[in-house]
Design a protein around this ligand. Structure first.
Ligand code: BYC
Length: 332
């Protein structure tokens, strides 16, 4: 990911390259008044870099996130399930495209972002470095992974950068459908044969903790949160969103008749929230570093897709050049 030289505290940011303090103050006043910042507006370089980092990581996650589910398209248990899964995966591709467009408005080209991903400089969500072993995993991804994504993305509809906030509106609507389709698969399996129910439980066991990791490091160890909250890029912290996700998901697991694999999970009357166990942070950081079980496979698939699609990009460029030449000739 793009390295950020941010002031990680919640106090006034350190201007980069002698930025005008009056411009910074005016920018901060607009953010504090909940105005959207638009591409042509002046913005501190650190704000631009943080957004480019986060939005491009988000776009990469959507695109790489197509792979684990794509693995089960040809083995969906019915035509209906196949059609639903196909539509969902296409939605993820669309989300990636809106997000790349939003990031491009900040001055980084699509090619630069893709190159950062393929060369290992850019991150994407840890969750997509886990394998999908069977059909129940498709249910668990929709239910838990898309469920976690919605929890994180609903507040991003009010993020301070206009193009990112607007992209999130449609993305969130589609993610709701994705979550419902995953829950529906889990419901069918949990109410199916004992073997199907066991598969659903096994998928929950494997996807629960990685889903909690999607929200990022704990607030104490999150270098970017304080500044991003200050600039209203993030509206809620990693731990706040993780807690909301746990609180919303426990009753859903109960309805399914499945057990969340956490002996420490317990309703805390005083807090009005569920307490839950400690995440294996060593595993999280190892997967962030690209040591996940399928990280190499994912990047190989993305590079192959980019190379195989070169002729489409060349054809689109040639078509555009012809169109431009025709309009120039007509105008002459
Ligand atoms: N995985 O200071 P922090 C989907 C990195 S896809 C990998 O808390 P920040 C779907 C973080 O980048 C939805 N890396 O950072 C698609 C930072 O490293 P750098 C994906 C992670 O940015 C297909 C470092 O750790 N959603 O729904 O303030 C099928 C320190 O973290 C992760 C988004 O991308 C992680 N889990 O907060 C199905 C949401 N967590 O960059 C479903 C948009 C942290 O400084 N992104 N890191 O080197 C965000 O909301 C924020 O970027 C995060 C992290 C909450 C993820």
């Amino acid at each position: 990911m793009y390295t950020t030289e941010l002031d990680k505290t919640a106090t006034a940011p350190t201007p980069i390259g002698g930025e005008d303090p009056a411009l910074i103050a005016a920018f901060e006043a607009r953010v504090a008044a909940d105005e959207f910042i638009e591409p042509k507006d002046w913005m501190p370089e650190a704000y631009r870099r943080t957004l480019t980092r986060q939005i491009s990581q988000h776009a990469h996650s959507e695109i790489v996130g197509m792979l684990p589910e794509g693995n089960w398209l040809t083995r969906a248990p019915s035509l209906k399930r196949k059609a639903i899964l196909l539509a969902k995966i296409q939605d993820e591709g669309g989300h990636g495209l809106y997000l790349y467009c939003a990031a491009e408005t900040l001055g980084t080209s699509r090619e630069q972002m893709i190159d950062a991903l393929h060369s290992g400089r850019a991150k994407y969500s840890t969750i997509f470095n886990y394998p999908t072993l069977n059909w129940a995993d498709i249910g668990a991804i929709g239910w838990l992974v898309d469920g976690a994504a919605i929890m994180n993305q609903v507040p991003l509809q009010r993020t301070s950068y206009g193009p990112y906030a607007r992209a999130m509106v449609r993305v969130c609507k589609e993610e709701s459908f994705h979550q419902r389709q995953g829950f529906d698969i889990m419901l069918a399996m949990a109410n199916g044969s004992p073997a199907q129910k066991a598969m659903a439980q096994d998928a929950l066991n494997r996807w629960w903790w990685p889903s909690l990791m999607m929200f990022g490091p704990s607030d104490d160890n999150s270098p970017n949160t304080a500044q991003s909250i200050r600039w209203r890029i993030k509206r809620e912290t990693n731990d706040e969103l993780r807690q909301k996700f746990v609180d919303a998901t426990v009753p859903q697991a109960e309805l399914l008749g499945l057990t969340i694999p956490d002996p420490a999970l317990k309703w805390n009357e005083e807090r009005g929230h569920y307490d839950f166990g400690e995440i294996e942070w060593d595993e999280f950081y190892a997967v962030v570093r690209g040591e996940g079980p399928t990280a190499k496979e994912r990047m190989k698939a993305r590079r192959a897709a980019w190379n195989d699609g070169a002729w489409v990009r060349a054809a689109a460029d040639a078509h555009e050049a012809k169109r431009a030449a025709r309009s120039a000739a007509a105008a002459a």
